[in-house]
Write a protein of this length. Structure first.
Length: 61
């Protein structure tokens, strides 16, 4: 009975927050900024890794 109440309360409070535009816009903007940062990091990081891999391959051969 307590779990049912908790579930109903969390649904009634969280669902409008998720759907409402007031919370949706910052969430979408935040996700966009986060994904942009991830793309920047992943495009910049492989360069040294590729160089080290290249040196490793030269040493092996």
């Amino acid at each position: 009975m307590m779990a049912d109440r908790l579930g109903a309360m969390s649904m009634t409070f969280l669902f409008p927050l998720i759907i409402s535009r007031a919370w949706m816009i910052p969430t979408v903007v935040g996700l966009a900024v986060l994904s942009f940062a991830v793309v920047l990091v992943t495009t910049r990081l492989p360069e040294p890794n590729q160089v080290s891999l290249g040196f490793g391959l030269h040493r092996i051969s």
